[in-house]
Design a protein around this ligand. Sequence first.
Ligand code: NAX
Ligand code: ADP
Ligand code: K
Length: 514
Amino acid sequence: MKIFSAEQLYEADKITIEKQQITSEALMERAGTQIFNWLHQRLNGTPVPIRIFCGIGNNGGDGLVVGRMLIEHGYNVIVYVVNCSDKRSKNFLINYDKIKNVTKKWPLLMKGESDFPEINPEDIIVDAIFGIGLNRCPGGWVKKLIQYLNESKAFKLAIDIPSGLYSNLPLEDTEAVLKANHTLTFQTPKLSFFLPETASFVSNFDVLEIGLDIEFLQTTEPIGQLISKLEAQRFYKPREKFDHKGTYGHTLIVSGSYGKMGAAVLSTTSAYRIGAGMVTAFVPKCGYAIIQTTIPEAMVITDKEDDYLSNISFDFEPSAIGIGMGIGKNDTTVAAFKKILQNKDIPFVIDADALNILSENKAMLKLLPKNSILTPHPGELKRLIGEWKNDYEKLEKTKKFSEKYEVVVIIKGAYTITVYGDKLYINTTGNPGMGTAGSGDALSGVITGLLSQGYDALLASVFGVYLHGRAGDIAAGQLGYEAVMAGDVIDNLSEAYLDLFVREELSSEESAEK
Ligand SMILES: NC(=O)C1=CN([C@@H]2O[C@H](COP(=O)(O)OP(=O)(O)OC[C@H]3O[C@@H](n4cnc5c(N)ncnc54)[C@H](O)[C@@H]3O)[C@@H](O)[C@H]2O)[C@@H](O)CC1
Ligand SMILES: Nc1ncnc2c1ncn2[C@@H]1O[C@H](COP(=O)(O)OP(=O)(O)O)[C@@H](O)[C@H]1O
Ligand SMILES: [K+]
């Protein structure tokens, strides 16, 4: 699914109005109706107090539409206008009149703290204060209102975006953002829903289609792409009847040192589990028996050193090389890493200590073969690209890095982001259960194994991150977050593949539509 910027959404809005020959008021009615339907489907007439806080722009206008529809359906609704400015938008005013025509009185006007209403935990708060038109950080009593709402235990439903959050700009004041329990966002999710500094304000969201111009949506280059099952299904390359192990490539995993052989075991196993035809593990001598006994399917080549890597030589042409997991940063290992990078035609996955070696020897960055895949967690990324002031600066710096060295950079974490040039691919699978040692080693094996099978660097990255996260989700479903270990993620890679083609059960809403 595409992620558009606020500017692009305004453009889409404009084009839709022109092409569909509708008024902006009709578009707002569509948007408000979607929110109303969502609520009505769930509340089914329950007379719970619904308090709708409307700003004076179009987000407030949406709130007024929802309020009017709920009132017309007999709900217990109280509408407030957060009167932070006299510059009310045209469609706000139209709907301000319309709601008055229904209720025969104006909504409650809030002008300061003394107007804050008492809110009970059973109430529902609808946040329609600010949408994507936020142009400065909320201050004064409006900020206090947001804080007041945040303190309430009532369920908070944000329209389009939690008030105080920019759609695609850095946060200025964490105290001035509504912490929504659920967000109903129009047409496409917003980038700030997925970034570490802002995602916590969103927690859950649904995307509501409001019929924006299809051509615009299809042809406009988005600021990011969300990768879910639908996309992942398209990445999958089916196997042919007469394929054989040679078809799926010979992966080389260069990993391990004394005390860190687990990293080699995990990455070698995942390369196999994801479907590599053959996997050779290159390890220090101390790893020989470990690999041979834990993964009999793997071939092993050992370094001449017992405890660390010093000279990586092999007598076959690997289809992909994954390097760095648990290798340490011994001087001879650095030299060996430098030498192996001379294999310009082999796709590389570079992880863990190999990334740290690059950070400490920045001159080596220019030796990276084109389209190498780097898989840093935020700590490793910081060492590679330097500090950042906020998530957006981090993304910009990573894009520049990716463009300069012509590499794919995978920023790991919740909503792992794959950066390829100026493109962002945001993953939707994975969970906090994967915050466990070795799950990154599993990811490196997965991506290297996909490269081996002929997926290109970008596909192997994005698809690998998806499958790895999905395997983690399935593992967490069986074991609970706390008990998941990296091995469980690997054990569920098969389920992650199978799940690609399992049809989701339709929700009652969707079945009703069929
Ligand atoms: N295609 C779309 O994207 C559609 C958008 N709609 C709604 O329109 C919203 C955007 O509406 P607007 O552009 O009117 O903007 P908003 O309603 O988000 O708010 C902007 C208004 O608040 C003021 N404002 C901004 N920051 C402020 C601050 N910190 N303190 C005080 N006042 C502040 C602005 O000057 C402006 O008057 C969307 O979020 C969505 O809810 C829908 O109605 C229909 C379709
Ligand atoms: N909260 C989370 N949500 C989703 N994925 C997570 C979360 N925490 C960790 N992960 C995933 O687990 C992996 C951890 O990798 P890494 O930090 O390199 O671990 P290690 O070095 O111990 O193997 C990454 O793929 C990351 O995206
Ligand atoms: K809002």
